[in-house]
Unconditional design. Sequence first.
Length: 723
Amino acid sequence: MRTTANFYTGLFLLLLLSKSILISPLYAEDGYRLWLRYDPLSSEQITKYQPFITQGVVPGRSATMTIVRNELAQGLSGLLGKEVPMSEQVTRDGAIIAGTPDSAPLLQQLSLEDTLRQLGEEGYWLFSTRINNKACTVITANTEVGVLYGVFHFLRLMQTGQTLAALSLSSRPKVQLRILNHWDNLDGSVERGYAGASLWQWHELPTYKDPRYADYARANASIGINGTVLTNVNANALVLTEEYLRKVAALADIFRPYGIKVYLTARFSAPIETGGLATADPLDTAVIAWWKTKADEIYRHIPDFGGFLVKANSEGQPGPQNYNRSHADGANMLADAVASHGGVVMWRAFVYDNNVPDDRAKQAYNEFVPLDGQFRDNVLVQVKNGPIDFQPREPFHPLFGAMPETPLMLELQVTQEYFGQGLHLTYLAPYYKECLQSDTYAKGKGSYVAQVIDGTLHDYPITGMAGVSNIGANRNWTGHPFGQANWFTFGRLAWNPALSAEAIAQEWIQMTFSEEEQVVQLITDLMMMSYEAAVNYRTPLGLHHLMAWHHHYGPGPWIDEGRADWTPVYYHRADSGGIGFDRTTRGSDAVSQYFPEVRQKFNDITTVPENLLLWFHHVDWDHRMQSGRTLWEALCYKYYEGVDTVRQMKEIWHSLEGNIDSQRYEHVKALLEIQLQHAIEWRNACVLYFQTYSQRPIPSGLEKPDKTLDYYKSIERKYLPGS
Ligand code: BDP
């Protein structure tokens, strides 16, 4: 007996010990808490906020209101460094009341209707007022999820040191569907995922529900993301089987109170692979019936299922063209299956074929523009930012503005497939903004991509923005600690595409690292220079698709074997005369897919922006650039500038030592070292390779590559994640 008792006492102590290890500071800054850390603010800040926050009042017992109450309690208590009581009634000045007029009847004494009417399903309103003669702050909305968004906004105000006095602000999303696309496979791997395995533990679901699923939903809700496609666009039909639908339903149940709907990728050949049919022809009655029955089954499990995302007839995926049907035929058949349930179909325009002899950059436009107006009302066509494939710099996709009768949604890549994957610090907001701010001229000057996406340009009935997720099972979610900023940015921009890259960076830094002004400024500078640096050391002046085969991490401009449209030589076309892809009216004529003003600008070598020069023109090595340098010199200088900027980023980071917790400081420091080495590799490999064509010296004053081209060609990277 005694021994047993001792054994259990020992075990208990051990458990206590291991628990205290788990919550010890050693683990505190591992990045798990993302931008929702809620550590105590500075004492000045706390003193300022205290009169405005003396109690939280969050009536209502629904799942969402429980989340709202917990978030508010955790946030307020954390930021103020002492527990803020949560009560049912307003009893003192400084109450924070969160609720809809239904969930919090005490709000009914205020006249909220006029403002609420303008806020839609997801908007919210924060304002200072008096209730029961007490000074209060109200966080309200038409729906409980709107209130949750409002609470996150309120806490963000505190995290970023803004005033809580005389509050009066409202916000509603500009884009309806704000969706993460997970390229997660059912075997737990993630295509182009650099943050560990998939979050979804399919083998444990639906019985075991990892608490992390709720943390994932909470993080997404905090930045307004309201949908998630759980599975890879290179789809597996198995996820549509009963066994998996039960697992999907378990996830949907967890996400629902956070306002997040679940979507799945639909493999077009599923009726054959799992349904036992002989065809997947979208006009075949048995196929139509199969999808209808399948949709009904899905909605039995997941009553608010969002719908399907489809990659068809691209990169080996099956699709309607296997049966000589159009993309509209395929999309409409699926759209009909989910329509009565309120579902949508997001049909990807990322479609190209090496058997089509035309420039790859033109193929999506050629395929889809003739179909404008032929899609069902619940279909969106999902278009990548540029016409090739998330390359570090691309012109905006010519489809934007060219399909007034078809809701187009924007697909951005958050995972850094072409941006150093989990190893490089590259803040992508400037990249996203470049696309959103491009003027399509579809309806004359001022027809920006952002207006296509938010639906205002063409009066789209549905709008959406998708981000290919960079989230994995790594403790810090995104691998690189700064990958979190790109996830954050995607959500913030999908809510409001007008936010500036700089403002989003500042918010994220304050919430993630420090409120110190100096620190915020330095990290903002570092982040803001990182995108251009990434372009410069990889693909300056409009070059694209120079990456190594398969894993897409390092340089491989020399690759000329295999499927032509997957080789860098197809894109850079370097020869002894010059370099660049002639997409002018004399070349592939891709320029003519843009509206006249844009076409003219891109077509003319004197007006095309230099940062897209080699995207649209094949240019002589001695062509004079605006700087007076020759193209060859300018190209070299850009590559060198890229590396120099990474050196500068490193210096900035090093200057922050002592101002950032050591765990994240050291992690980022080490990753910046890797980034510098690989930026040098990109630069040297590309400059040496292009030099074999230009036959010109590297301008004097630039350090000479210390290795040969053969050395760079011999580098083989094995087992990189994500490929
Ligand atoms: C490319 C990726 C590939 C994806 C494809 C897509 O390399 O893994 O399947 O995009 O978007 O960038 O479908």
